[in-house]
Structures are given as C-alpha cells and as structure tokens.
Write a protein that binds this ligand. Sequence first.
Ligand code: ZN
Length: 260
Amino acid sequence: MNGMSRFLAAIVGLCALALLPSQAIALDACLDDPNRAHELRVLDEAQVTDMMDSLDVIAVPERMHRMLANLVAASPRLRGGPAIHLLAFHDTELNAYAADHGLVILTSALWSEKENLSDDELAAVIAHELAHIEKRDSLKEACANLLRLKQPELRIEEARDRMGLEMLNPYSHLAREARRELHEQEHGADLRGIELLRSVGRNPQAMVSVLAKLHGSGTPGLNLLMGSTHPDLRERLERAQAAAQAVAPPAHVPGAGRRR
Ligand SMILES: [Zn+2]
C-alpha cells in the first residue's frame, strides 16, 4: 500500500468509526420507541391469526407450562413481566417461534411419541425462545433493517418486504449483513438458553441434542441459493456444545455431561 492509499484508507476508517456511534444511537432510538414495539406486535399477531387459519390450535401439556414458569422465574428481565404465554399448533414438523411481546409458539410434534424428546430437551426449546424474547431479537432485527436500508421512517412491514427481495439477491451485501446478524441471534439464543437451563438445574447438553433434532431434517438444497436465516448446523452445534461443557453441570442432574 503506497502513501496515498494508506492515507485514504485511514480517512475511510475514521469515517466508519465516526458513523458507528450515530448508528448505535439510531438503533437505540428505534428499540426505545414504543410505537415500533407496537407495530411489531400488530404484525406478529396478524401472523399468528394466519397460522390459526391454516393449523389447529391444541392444548400445551401442563408440564410445559410449568417448565415455562420455571425458566421465566430464572430470568430477571422476564420475571418482571409482561406475562409470557404458550400457544401450540398441531403439526408433524418440529418447530418453535417467539414473538417479542411475550408469546412462544410450539408445534405438537415436540411432545409427540414419535419424536420422543426428553423434558430437558423440551425445556431447551422453550429456553431458546425465551432468550429471543429476553433480548427482543425480532425488534432488533426490524430496527437494524430500517437502518440498513437507510430509511428509519419506513414501516417495519415494508422494510421486511424490501429485505425479503434483498435476500433473493446472492450478491446483496445488505442481505449478507442481515443474515450474519440473524445467525448471531441464533447462537446468542442457544447460549443464553443453555444458561437458563443450567440455572433451573436442567441438563444444558439438552440444547445441543434438541438443536440437532430440530435442524437435522432441514432442506439444505433450498438454502444453497437463498442463504439460510439459521447458521450452519455444525458450527451451531459446536458452539452450543462448547457452552454446555464450559461449566460442569450440577451433579444432581441425571445424565448430566453425557455426549449425544
Ligand atoms: Zn431461534
């Protein structure tokens, strides 16, 4: 690098550094704006209504309500409210979702005889979703997209549509950035979920085994072109495994520390 290009690189670097704080301030302003949280809630509720039209709502087993209450009590941020509810749909696919305003959506395959998940694994699914709610990951993603598109006044729904188009473009740097952030959110929710499992005396290793079960039957063919909103499974399992092993699990947990 010659003298002039070094000088230009330094200027570009300084400009980027100057932009970072203003980006962070704009992100915080969006996250703190109650209108934005409300806007997201309305969108989430519309999505839930659509799901109710196409899938049957079924009762969640009582023990899962107890698991939820137990995990919520372990989170200083969540136990202060608002209340978090479970909603379940009959579905043969293993899946779970979270809405920031306090809803964890589960599919009935999770407690089906066929899948045979342990209680620790079911708690791991709930813990992962609670971690997303705790961090308000959906709102963070929505606000980050508004800034990425450089249109902080746009409606979240419109920004989502525009980012959806970006995601179809394999050369879009906006899509690459958004995907990277979503992957980090998933890793973060896995790790926080492991902490929550540990704090209620459950086996943290259950996070690793249930992630393998949930994502082991995915359709990677589709993701080759479009890029997945979930991180590479192997990397995800390795990071979850490292976190699960980082501290020795409580001795009274049956099967603790066992590799699956
Ligand atoms: Zn997740």
